[in-house]
Design a protein around this ligand. Structure first.
Ligand SMILES: C[S@@+](CC[C@H](N)C(=O)[O-])C[C@H]1O[C@@H](n2cnc3c(N)ncnc32)[C@H](O)[C@@H]1O
Length: 332
């Protein structure tokens, strides 16, 4: 296996400086898929005009958003500011989606900080035109915690709907066999056990997902440099459950492009955005590579390895004009 990963891109200004010249999109620009299926924008999710321009006349039936949890472009915001920012991209989602649409939002719940931002986000959503449908927990393999508390191993996923969108229950079946017996019911005078009554030999995922491997460097789908990549399997589950072939799926926080690749795999169209030109470029490259070779990531190589083969000498010791603040001005 190759061993040439990109370090985390969000905290290495020198690497970012070297990669930016190879990025096709400037802030505000849109990449149009030569196959006419998808669209990737280097856009700000909170800006109504930018989002309307990106979506155009399409009517997406599904939104899957995975915002940065409070750390917004190097700037640690207060919880109130963060929630107001969330309201902005939620409203942009409401405007651009079809009348009947599903919305999934990944959010953190920091157990060292009042479980924020999850509870305030849930309260904010009560003002918006959505019905709360489920609170899904995905179990991580790795966790964080101390010897004096329960280890934090969950990722929270909120499911909302507006109007009356579809839900394909078949998508919910896992490959975990049913092994537990115990619920008996009389049917036509005969005592039946729950396994013989059920439609499938496998269990439904329900709202606790324990069958999804967190992405790590040995996995083919790994996109090094992306510090917050979601596994394809969970995004594919959402897309299969809450959209139909050829529907448009939106994701305002593209990062490694997981929603884009899942949509391509499942025959949906995807319109996605990232405010950062480097992540927008990574998404384009991930799609191009998938179409060329069927590979879903770079494992422990990286998306810019042809142009920038070695980054070993790029350290975190940025020159003085290369602070996160200076870089932010350069980028946005
Ligand atoms: C948590 S990551 C998303 C991970 C993604 N689901 C994946 O599987 O790769 C959040 C992304 O949002 C981007 N972002 C932050 N603020 C944004 C904004 N205002 N508009 C669009 N993207 C933004 C960041 O650059 C980052 O790439």
């Amino acid at each position: 296996m190759k061993n040439n990963p990109l370090p985390r891109l969000d905290d290495n200004p020198e690497i970012r400086r070297r990669l930016l010249p190879y990025c096709r999109l400037e802030p505000g620009e849109i990449w149009d898929d030569p196959k006419g299926r998808h669209r990737i924008g280097c856009k700000d999710a909170a800006d109504p005009e930018q989002m309307s321009e990106l979506i155009g006349d399409e009517k997406p039936t599904l939104a899957i958003h995975d915002p940065p949890y409070n750390l917004v472009a190097f700037d640690l915001r207060s919880i109130d500011e963060f929630i107001e920012w969330c309201r902005m991209w939620i409203r942009n989602t409401t405007v651009v989606t079809a009348q009947d649409a599903s919305l999934y939002v990944w959010l953190g719940a920091d157990q060292t900080d009042g479980f924020q931002p999850l509870p305030d986000f849930m309260v904010m959503m009560r003002d918006e035109p959505y019905k709360a449908r489920s609170f899904i927990t995905m179990r991580n393999q790795r966790g964080y915690g101390t010897q004096k508390n329960w280890m934090a191993v969950r990722q929270e996923l909120l499911y909302y709907t507006k109007g009356n969108p579809i839900f394909n229950v078949d998508a919910e079946y896992t490959d975990i066999p049913k092994i537990l017996r115990g619920y008996y019911k009389e049917i036509n005078g005969r005592k039946t056990e729950n396994l013989e009554r059920s439609k499938s030999d496998n269990i439904r995922a329900g709202n606790v997902w324990v069958d999804i491997q967190q992405v790590f460097y040995r996995m083919e789908e790994n996109v090094s440099g992306c510090y917050a990549q979601k596994p394809l399997k969970c995004i594919e589950r959402i897309i299969a459950a809450s959209s139909q072939p050829n529907d448009v799926v939106i994701d305002f926080f593209a990062h490694s492009g997981t929603t884009l690749i899942a949509a391509e795999k499942l025959g949906r169209r995807c319109i996605t955005a990232d405010i950062d030109p480097i992540y927008a470029e990574i998404c384009i490259r991930r799609l191009e590579q998938y179409r060329r070779s069927g590979r879903k990531g770079w494992q422990n190589g990286h998306p810019f390895e042809l142009e920038v083969p070695s980054l070993a000498d790029a350290t975190n010791d940025a020159p003085s004009d290369d602070t996160p603040e200076a870089l932010q001005k350069l980028l946005f």
